[in-house]
Design a protein around this ligand. Structure first.
Ligand code: SAH
Length: 243
């Protein structure tokens, strides 16, 4: 089967420290019919070893996008999936990689969706702050005794599951929603926090988790452009009212 995927997904590695792993990730991406590799602040340059491990996926390595920061990598994206081997303090919407909801599968197939799948550092994964900037967490159900996979092995398994979604004609493409970008969501969060402070509902010193919970709410409801316009307008009115 020689089939390329139309799914426009960027596979993003955050601060990888082994050049060989980067090469192996490039190979996994190409094997599964995808094209886009991106790296946030690589800790090693892309060396000979990376090209050696990439084999016939050298083009993927050569075309890899390098981002200066995590925020820059996800700014334009509107469906951001983070992979993690560990449970975190504030639970986020989480799926096993082979149990992604039908809604998300349909959105992944849509040309309107700008999606990213994020992979963490080999030594300590993704930070809580980074994970909280993502819509959904994906877990590969590994052994409790030793849950952490090699970076490129994790990417290989995730890419295979996404390929299956693409090849499955029973998953309808879902294009109803014009989802907002992460940058717009970040601006909404700041606007909302500003209003909540102004009306004395929120004090950053005493209620640290409130902001995280509101961030989770925003990620969960996944606003479209029209809904975002209404909400931002509504918040601006409250700010004017309080003056
Ligand atoms: N020691 C790190 C794991 C790093 S493994 C930690 O404890 O967080 C490097 C990356 O591979 C992870 O950040 C994640 O993106 C991916 N990964 C490894 N094992 C995984 C698993 N079981 N489920 C989902 N992603 C996994």
């Amino acid at each position: 089967m020689n089939k390329k995927n139309n799914i426009d997904i960027e596979f993003i590695l955050v601060e990888p420290s082994h050049s060989g792993n980067i090469g192996a990730c490039a190979r996994a991406i190409k094997n599964m019919g995808f094209e886009k590799l991106a790296i946030v602040k690589p800790r090693k340059t892309i060396t000979e070893e990376a090209f050696h491990r990439a084999k016939s996926a050298k083009d993927i390595l050569e075309n890899a996008v390098i981002y200066e920061s995590f925020d820059q990598a996800i700014e334009e994206k509107n469906l951001i999936l983070a992979t993690s081997a560990r449970e975190r303090t504030i639970p986020w919407p989480t799926f096993y990689i082979d149990e992604i909801s039908e809604e998300i599968k349909g959105e992944l197939k849509s040309e309107k969706t700008k999606s990213a799948i994020i992979f963490g550092r080999e030594d300590n994964g993704l930070s809580n702050e980074e994970l909280q900037k993502c819509h959904i967490h994906l877990v590969i159900p590994t052994s409790d005794e030793y849950s952490s996979l090699n970076l490129s092995h994790a990417l290989q398994l995730v890419a295979f599951e996404i390929r299956k979604i693409y090849l499955d004609n029973n998953v309808p493409i879902s294009e109803e929603k014009d989802l907002v970008s992460n940058l717009e969501n970040e601006k909404l969060l700041e606007h909302l926090m500003e209003v909540l402070k102004k009306i004395d509902f929120y004090d950053p010193k005493s209620s640290k988790q409130v902001k995280t919970r509101i961030e989770r709410l925003i990620k969960k409801i996944r606003l479209d452009k029209m809904e975002m316009g209404i909400l931002r307008g509504f918040l601006s009115k409250i700010m004017d009212f309080e003056k």
